[in-house]
Design a protein around this ligand. Structure first.
Ligand SMILES: CCCCCCCC(=O)SCCNC(=O)CCNC(=O)[C@H](O)C(C)(C)COP(=O)(O)OP(=O)(O)OC[C@H]1O[C@@H](n2cnc3c(N)ncnc32)[C@H](O)[C@@H]1OP(=O)(O)O
Length: 178
């Protein structure tokens, strides 16, 4: 399996894919504000710093939000490396260690394979360093969709605004998921 010829190369920082995205968007105050960059091979590295807005128990990250972080990290890997719209069909997480508020999860996500419309990806999240202890592992199945998935089921007016904004900022080259 090879990255799409137009996929950003190793070292490229990936832009947020949608300002209102809970995973990566700058406009969501309590969002995860995940930041990602392409690594070697079919790998994308992401970081998620846990704040008080992300707690499930005092001082500890909520497992559902950790799953969200992996959905974002895996989805970004699929979208940016294969450059085709895809949505999460299945997401499985193994929570191996508690993740405290103030810690940063270093997530390395990789593409594992493609079978027709099905795209398989997996990730590991380590505490506070790329070689820190593993806190969470995840596997995802993504399914390729036409762009009509978003226009049929999503908010068409918001999509139009989004497209117009992108035209004004062509450096944000955007042909994958909004
Ligand atoms: C850069 C972008 C970053 C984005 C990160 C965030 C990503 C997200 O969170 S996306 C939002 C969450 N996901 C969704 O809302 C998806 C909702 N589900 C759907 O829209 C549909 O069920 C969808 C599109 C996944 C599949 O429906 P449809 O297009 O009818 O295809 P369908 O024929 O059912 O499935 C296609 C193949 O995938 C398989 N598949 C689909 N879902 C699953 C599943 N949950 N488990 C196992 N296999 C599945 C099917 O078995 C089928 O396999 P095969 O080709 O071998 O027969």
């Amino acid at each position: 399996m090879e990255p799409h010829p137009d996929a950003p190369g190793p070292g490229s920082k990936l832009p947020q894919h949608y300002e209102q995205c809970f995973g990566c968007g700058d406009e969501v105050d309590a969002g995860l504000h995940i930041r990602s960059a392409v690594g070697d091979g079919m790998v994308v590295h992401s970081t998620f710093t846990v704040t008080e807005a992300h707690q499930g128990a005092p001082g500890l990250a909520h497992g559902g939000l950790l799953a969200c972080a992996f959905d974002e990290a895996l989805g970004s890997t699929v979208g940016n490396l294969l450059r085709r719209p895809a949505v999460t069909g299945k997401l499985e997480t193994d929570f191996r260690r508690p993740v405290p508020v103030g810690s940063t999860l270093h997530i390395a996500a990789k593409l594992d394979g493609v079978a027709g419309r099905k795209i398989y990806a997996s990730a590991e999240g380590r505490l506070d360093a790329d070689d820190g202890p593993v806190a969470v592992r995840a596997r995802g199945l993504f399914v390729s969709v036409d762009f009509t998935h978003f226009t049929t089921h999503g908010d068409v007016n918001a999509l139009e605004k989004f497209r117009a904004a992108r035209k004004a900022r062509p450096e944000k080259d955007w042909d994958i998921n909004p």
